[in-house]
Design a protein around this ligand. Structure first.
Ligand SMILES: NC(=O)c1ccc[n+]([C@@H]2O[C@H](COP(=O)([O-])OP(=O)(O)OC[C@H]3O[C@@H](n4cnc5c(N)ncnc54)[C@H](O)[C@@H]3O)[C@@H](O)[C@H]2O)c1
Length: 437
């Protein structure tokens, strides 16, 4: 282990990052910027080619950062997994989706672990970053790596360190967000702490990989449950004629013991809608029924339907039926100002509206054309983000609070806006009527 730590300290260590997506690319850049030679690996040749040209395919990660890393000669992107032999540290950032029955899909982790095992050599450190249930690093990754004939910690080291990206958040970056690190044994923790401390401002060691895995799940379950709570309160207060947004603004003036969460059209992104179910699946193995997680999932996944009901009722007030109405949905991204539409509730809202006979268009400056996803393929193109394009719809549904949609003049010819994000106000220069949903 000593030679590895010395190589880390002297920046002679080569860092390999498998998976060059929302998590892996910024992580690779942070290590390159800290002076390491970095190999970015991915199975998608289009991403690798773009990186080779110095281009970023993720809106909030500027191409300048990738260009600089490539020009300095320390960052190379490749689909050739044999470069893993050159790497002293290998960080795994591959997807962890859910299967059709909400069960964990570890196939990407398994495949990656097998690819590493075939090239594993003495002295390497392997760190799993993909979000997963407690025990994955020890029970799933370790046996695959040890099938190579090498053992941990005598031959190689193995740890888990969860990613905490918040895409689009200008206040925090990969380097400044504290990084929790836990090895499958103390030697592995020590090596992983040495590695991350050389590129990240604050590293938080914990006693095991299981604690690190659980820490990430606690953070995401906490968000899922609190969002479900405000979504439930939104529906409750709505029935009472009380505006939940005004209630939250008032509550957040309490200087202690309260953290504001906001309602919305449903959960999105690669984390909050999925990760809690990794824990509930694993908990079942231990005879535990994670009721908070299930309840939050039930409430949050019912939100698109609730929004569509609000649209239906609002049209009814205008003497119109949803069937045959023209509806414009604003935003395919799951949250504001980012080009990430994974698990976005907008798709379900669009499909539900279509099933009920509405003629649906969408507008999203981040998605000129809707891409086919794992579960949805709406086959639409974005309408222009102009007042003229917004005119003539029976209802406009705000699903993502992109900055562009906050311009009141966009709605000057609009009648009804159903707003799930509290960004549009009825006004003489704006829409005639706004219904919060
Ligand atoms: N996006 C986030 O904000 C975020 C935050 C925290 C944690 N995470 C977790 O990080 C992990 C990665 O998420 P992401 O958002 O970066 O996903 P992503 O889909 O953006 O990136 C994953 C990348 O892995 C590549 N890939 C797939 N199979 C591969 C293989 N066998 N070998 C090499 N590359 C492969 C894909 O082509 C893709 O480029 C997930 O477990 C996710 O839950 C994501």
């Amino acid at each position: 282990m000593k030679p590895l730590i010395e190589r880390i300290r002297s920046r002679a260590a080569v860092v390999g990052v498998i998976g060059q997506g929302y998590v892996g690319l910024p992580l690779a850049l942070v290590f390159e910027e800290a002076g390491f030679s970095v190999r970015g690996l991915d199975v998608d040749p289009r991403k690798i080619e773009a990186l080779g040209r110095g281009e970023s395919y993720i809106e909030h990660i500027g191409s300048e950062r990738v260009t600089r890393a490539v020009e300095r000669g320390r960052f190379t992107a490749t689909t050739d997994f044999d470069v893993l032999r050159e790497c002293d540290a290998i960080l795994i950032c591959v997807p962890t989706p859910l299967g059709a029955h909400r069960e964990p899909d570890l196939s990407f982790i398994h495949k990656t672990a097998r690819a590493i095992a075939g090239r594993l050599r003495r002295g390497q450190l392997v760190v799993l970053e993909s979000t997963t249930y407690p025990g994955t690093t020890d029970e799933e990754v370790r046996p695959i790596l040890e099938a190579s004939g090498l053992g941990c910690p005598d031959d190689f080291l193995l740890a888990f360190s969860p990613e905490r990206e918040d895409p689009g958040n200008a206040r925090f970056s990969t380097r400044t967000i504290p990084k929790v690190v836990g090895g499958v044994n103390a030697t592995s923790t020590e090596a992983a702490v040495a590695l991350y401390s050389s590129a990240i401002d604050t590293v938080v060691p914990v006693s095991s990989a299981r604690v690190a895995e659980s820490c990430k799940l606690l953070e995401n379950v906490y968000r899922s449950i609190n969002i479900a709570l405000v979504n439930e309160l939104k529906m409750t207060f709505d029935r009472m004629g009380i505006d939940v947004w005004e209630v939250i603004e008032a509550a957040r003036t309490k200087p202690f013991g309260y953290t504001p969460f906001y309602p919305g059209p449903g959960l999105g992104g690669h984390c909050i809608p999925l990760d809690p179910f990794y824990l509930s699946w694993k908990a079942a193995e231990h005879g535990i029924w994670t009721r908070f997680i299930e309840l939050a999932g039930e409430i949050n996944t019912s939100m698109p339907r609730w929004v569509v009901h609000k649209v239906m009722h609002a049209l009814n007030d205008d003497g119109k039926s949803l069937k045959g109405s023209r509806v414009l949905v604003l935003g395919l991204s799951y949250k504001e100002n980012i080009d990430d539409d994974r698990e976005s509730p907008s798709y379900e809202i669009i499909e539900l509206l279509q099933q009920l006979g509405a003629q649906v268009d969408y507008c999203d400056p981040y998605f000129p054309v809707a891409r086919p996803g794992r579960r949805h393929d709406i086959g639409l193109r974005s309408v222009a983000c102009t007042a003229e394009a917004f005119a003539g719809y029976d209802a406009i549904v705000v699903s993502a609070a992109h900055q562009q949609f906050k311009d009141a003049s966009l709605y000057r010819q609009a009648g009804l806006v159903v707003d799930t994000r509290n960004i549009v106000r009825a006004s003489p220069g704006g829409p005639a009527r706004v219904v919060k949903a």
